[in-house]
Ligand binder design. Structure first.
Ligand code: NAD
Length: 281
């Protein structure tokens, strides 16, 4: 069994990105810039944004965080996004979610220039991804995809089962694996027999939010198992996969923590650099 070390793979990716940023600096005499908008003082959001800023600076990106109080008017945010859309020193814009209730999430997402949409949530990017065109791809599924490709470079004809159909994880994951010629089954809360679906899979990606939902007898031997879930329980943080049972049968599996999580921020940096490169064409 291969324990997929997301921490190590993310560190390697960050090293590659650092080199790329320094090459871009030589070529264009400027570096890609990431601007994050943070509204309110939710503790998890503050921590994520701090980590994003730190990682961005480590690879040599220009990084800014613009903070607003919880009661900021929606128009102020939309105007700021418009200003950033026009700012040539900004390659990527990220508005940290969740937003306060009085701010319309979709309006905010759609205001971001699709070419600066490092989260890959803009409908233009969602559409391009599902049409198989070049696009920004949401960071977590992109990270999962890179981990899967580390284990198996040729995914032709593999049967993949995605658990969860969120816009953030399940749906983009589906598109990424379809593009790799997998036969993809998307399962969700109304799926009749999840265990039976999982038993057919060569690859399982679990993005649900239910602690240890996927059990050892739900997988066949030699399945690649990617666990996106982050669930706080009495015994600490666990994923959506019962790691001890499943790891006995899997070909490869991500731990939680230390699997998918570290790839998410590394992919945000990758997306920022890719947005910069597209803007220079
Ligand atoms: P979500 O709540 O938006 O979606 C969950 C999905 O699971 C839904 O599509 C739902 O239909 C499905 N589902 C619910 N119960 C089910 C069941 N019994 N059987 C099958 N499917 C079921 O969640 P999300 O935003 O996609 O996040 C999923 C998990 O991933 C959460 O634990 C979240 O914390 C974690 N997450 C991790 C990262 C990371 O970087 N590792 C990033 C984002 C989210």
């Amino acid at each position: 069994m291969i324990l997929i070390d997301g921490k190590k793979i993310a560190a390697e990716l960050r090293q590659e990105l650092k080199k790329e940023v320094s090459d871009l600096k030589v070529k264009f005499n400027k570096v890609p810039g990431l601007t994050v908008i943070l509204i309110g003082d939710l503790a998890p959001s503050q921590i994520y944004v701090k980590n994003k800023e730190k990682s961005a600076k480590e690879v040599g990106l220009k990084s800014d965080v613009i903070k607003y109080p919880d009661n900021v008017e929606e128009k102020v945010i939309l105007d700021k996004i418009q200003e950033l859309n026009l700012d040539k020193s900004v390659s990527g814009i990220l508005v940290q979610l969740p937003l306060p209730k009085h701010i319309d999430k979709q309006k905010v997402i759609e205001k971001i220039d699709p070419f600066k949409d490092v989260d890959g949530f803009h409908p233009v990017n969602v559409g391009n991804l599902s049409s198989g065109y070049e696009s920004s791809v949401p960071c977590t599924p992109l990270g999962c995809y890179l981990l899967i490709k580390k284990i198996e470079s040729n995914l032709n004809g593999k049967k993949a089962v995605i658990i969860g159909r969120s816009n953030l994880n399940g749906k983009p994951m589906t598109q990424l694996l379809l593009k790799e010629n997998c036969t993809v089954t998307v399962t969700h809360s109304r799926t009749k027999d999840l265990k039976a679906e999982c038993l057919k899979a060569d690859i399982i990606v679990a993005a649900v939010g239910i602690p240890e939902l996927v059990k050892g007898d739900w997988i066949k031997k030699d399945t690649i198992v990617i666990d996106v879930g982050i669930n706080k329980t009495d015994k600490g943080i666990v994923g959506d996969v019962a790691f001890d049972e499943v790891s006995k049968k899997a070909k490869a599996i991500t731990p939680v923590p230390g699997g998918v999580g570290p790839m998410t921020i590394a992919c945000l940096l990758k997306n920022t650099i890719d947005c910069f490169k597209r803007s220079q064409i």
